[in-house]
Design a protein around this ligand. Structure first.
Ligand code: NIG
Ligand code: FE
Length: 402
């Protein structure tokens, strides 16, 4: 089906950077963008359907490229503990933190995990998110990691969203392996990753490189296994301290390294050379009341693409709004609204390896876009959350109106 979309402006992100077309038109056909440009240059012809967008601003469908939205249990009590002065590391050392979500996730049925995950994914969807990444990492054994990743696949089948699944089996040490981190990494490499990859449940492999998580040497073994399985890698790196995980990620041509508050310039240079995307997660920065900023100027200077994501998870970032993350990326990290918007479209697509098909409005890419009833694109980062009037189009079909 061919459709013409008219009476709009577009922040296209074409050519790999923030770029706009005033008084634009877009033609979609069979789920793809067939043509986009200034309305005055629209090729003459008959279009099966024409949609008046009432002066809206088009952006690519938003992409949340880092979430942990499948989980069991509740950690709002830890939020209260932190407000009373406990640190994330202290709570983790006392058996809370990731370990508490692991217990609850192992106990939950697939149906229970699915219903919570659907609720959270719908919140993102209602904001104009059309592509979503979700990580495992609260199962930490074969059966529970499989259960999580099956739920991730179900989200993609049940919702009008493109969903990418990332296996984060190397997120934390499960209690049954206490004191035996290398033995757990053996299990991840010999059993968990090969099995789950063989079942088609894994699009990418992630790990948590941190004193609380795994050492660079352990992460490297996970990366070697992923590479042997033909899977791209990503890494939680430099969130709480500097272990040069982001340089390690770059050596393995990682799609992204994420968090990055404690990275140094040598890490930035390594990521620039490898084309690894820096995924900034202002929700976790905010909730942990972190004061050390990711080195935004160095990332800019060296030309590292910066994505922005929610990190939606029950511990450090219960963020149900990607647009709020745009505001926080600007206010806390000093991104410009244009950089932040490119961070949830263009660069987020690259962080998922989807840049050939997603992340910008260009002929041949999927027709995933949002028509926002706003005066200027900067408004997407300006409003603190809330529901902006918009129409969401995925694969050329309108999925919401309001
Ligand atoms: O991205 N850094 C590690 N993983 C998550 C937190 C997970 C949790 O606390 O449950 C993050 O911040
Ligand atoms: Fe995370």
């Amino acid at each position: 089906m061919q459709r013409l979309w008219l009476n709009c402006h577009a922040a296209t992100m074409a050519g790999g950077r923030y770029s706009i077309i005033e008084d634009a038109a877009l033609v979609s056909r069979d789920g793809l963008i067939e043509w986009i440009g200034p309305r005055a240059q629209l090729p003459a012809g008959e279009y099966a359907e024409s949609h008046d967008l009432d002066g809206a601003w088009l952006t690519p469908g938003l992409i949340d490229c880092h979430t942990h939205l499948v989980f069991g249990g509740d950690r709002s009590g830890e939020f209260e503990q932190r407000l009373e002065g406990a640190s994330y590391a202290e709570i983790a050392a006392a058996g809370g933190g990731i370990a508490s979500t692991v217990r609850a996730t192992r106990e939950a049925s697939e149906g229970e995990l699915l219903s919570g995950a659907l609720q959270r994914a719908r919140q993102l969807l209602s904001e104009g998110v059309t592509t979503l990444e979700v990580k495992s990492g609260y199962g930490l054994n074969l059966a529970a990691e499989r259960k999580m990743l099956r739920v991730v696949r179900l989200l993609g089948e049940m919702l009008p969203l493109t969903v990418r699944s990332t296996c984060l089996a190397a997120h934390a040490l499960p209690p049954e392996f206490a004191g035996r981190a290398d033995a757990y990494i053996d299990q991840v490499c010999r059993e968990i990753l090969p099995e789950l990859a063989g079942e088609g449940l894994v699009d990418a492999v992630d790990a948590f490189c941190e004193h609380l998580g795994f050492s660079p040497a352990q992460v490297e073994r996970v990366f070697q296994t992923a590479t042997a399985l033909g899977l791209p890698v990503k890494l939680h790196a430099e969130q709480l301290s500097s272990l040069h995980g982001s340089s390690l990620a770059a050596r393995y041509r990682a799609l992204s390294a994420d968090h990055l508050e404690y990275m140094d310039e040598s890490d930035v240079i390594a990521m620039a050379a490898a084309g690894t995307v820096a995924v900034l997660l202002p929700g976790a920065f905010y909730l942990l009341r972190e004061t050390r900023l990711p080195p935004i100027d160095a990332l800019r200077r060296h030309g590292v693409a910066m994505a922005v994501a929610s990190d939606l998870n029950p511990g450090t970032s219960p963020a149900l709004s990607l647009r709020l993350m745009l505001n926080m990326a600007c206010t806390a990290f000093r991104l410009t609204p244009e950089e932040a918007l490119a961070g949830v479209t263009l660069h987020a697509a690259r962080a998922l390896g989807l840049h050939a098909s997603h992340g910008s409005l260009e002929p041949g890419k999927v027709a995933d876009f949002v028509a926002w009833q706003i005066q200027r694109p900067a408004e997407l980062a300006y409003w603190l959350g809330g529901d902006l009037p918009k129409r969401v189009i995925r694969h050329g079909e309108e999925i919401t109106h309001g």
